[in-house]
Design a protein around this ligand. Sequence first.
Ligand code: FAD
Length: 448
Amino acid sequence: MDLALDLRARSRGEVLEPKDEGYETARAAYNALATGKPACILRPAGLRDIVAAVRWAAEVDLPVGVRGGGHSVAGHSSPEGALLIDLSHWRGAVVDPVAQTADALGGSRLMDLDAATAAHTLAAPSGTFIDTGIGGLTLTGGISWILSSQGFACDALVGAQLVTVDGHVIDVDEDHEPELLWGLRGGGGNFGIVTHLRYALTAVPRMYGGAMRYRGDGIRDVILRVLEIESTAPDELVMAIVAWRGEDGSPGISVNFAWRGDPDAGAAAVRSLTRHPALFESDVKAMSWLQQQAQYEPIPFGLRQYWKGHLAGRVDDSLADALVAAASDAGGSSFCLVELIHGMAHRIPQESAAFGGRAAVANVTALAIWNEARDDEREIAWARRFADSVAHLSLRGGGYLNYPEMDQSAARVAAAFPPESWERLRQLKLRLDPSNRLRFNANIPPRG
Ligand SMILES: Cc1cc2nc3c(=O)[nH]c(=O)nc-3n(C[C@H](O)[C@H](O)[C@H](O)COP(=O)(O)OP(=O)(O)OC[C@H]3O[C@@H](n4cnc5c(N)ncnc54)[C@H](O)[C@@H]3O)c2cc1C
């Protein structure tokens, strides 16, 4: 049977199969290690195409994958042998400034959402790289520069439209399908194809922040000072530590931070870091929300990547030791990242979202990024070694599911959730996708 011919007959969208020009570009993953080849790719022209395609996939017994912004590091959006519903062209967001909400299409990038909200001096908590997709990011958590005052991106998700694997279109909000809304806030792409996401927005008139870089003997002390500031930090402050190896082979760290509000208060909050003797470079300024979001250069598709880490339930001096050791040993483009979590991210009740990392005080991950296949073994071993070295700080033995390792085990996925949430998610999966057709994700197996 010619699979693509059959699907073409049922949809108005573009259908690509391996022999078609454009297929390779459409299936290419962010991570060059992810080589999965979908049986066919549908770029839907409208909602009806998605409905027809999932019904067809059920008839021919094909699993279904979804692509939003295509940034899955584990290659989930290049699903081997599946029907891939590619929403990467479904982009754009509309803001209701009175209700302070934004409706975004399921394949939008952060930049689409940010540009639309910033025009009204509003913002949604999302992420820190403007080219990442809002789909995967929001459904699986979402760590942004307003994390401490607004919570995770999934906490701002107040509604969605979703196509189930059996072709039903469901409008989800607190009044209709509250259990599904709960599941979409952290349960990932397990429950359907999300065509629209609705966010609650917040006013963000100004930001202050940037990056400060340190090297030499004092870097361990800088890390400890960051942890000390974090222990009493107000909701306005969000900080991350990046540990890397410099061109001269010695370890260095950057402290990236964002302050929501008055620049003078922001400067005061990090004063002990700006005066530290190990500081050699600083790029810190007052800015708008859109400038804040454009701070990081996008990382191009096609590099080799392996990320692994833990959601940390506590941090102590051993984290500083692990960071300095890993930085001393890192490949040229690889680094360790510690995203610190406090404030509103902790205060939002655990029951309001499936997201399982709320009790974590940090997302601690090694990001190995390199070019040549000959370095695969060394780079992957480096990332695993770092993850092992911080495992004693882990909340439950799992990492942040938006930063998945290529070979993530089912046990590590389950460990990302408290047991009661995991059970609830499995029941929800049983209702919406009992045959686990949507399995290219941080997979939640249907309750058997
Ligand atoms: C360079 C880079 C920077 C990043 N920065 C951050 C950051 O600052 N904060 C943060 O929290 N995370 C960050 N991430 C992680 C990011 O959240 C994940 O990579 C996420 O998967 C990106 O979403 P996407 O839509 O682009 O992914 P895709 O690869 O398109 O999708 C991944 C999976 O998400 C699900 N999915 C995506 N869209 C939909 C949809 N519309 N309907 C149903 N399921 C869907 C599917 O299961 C899919 O397989 C970053 C990743 C990269 C590569």
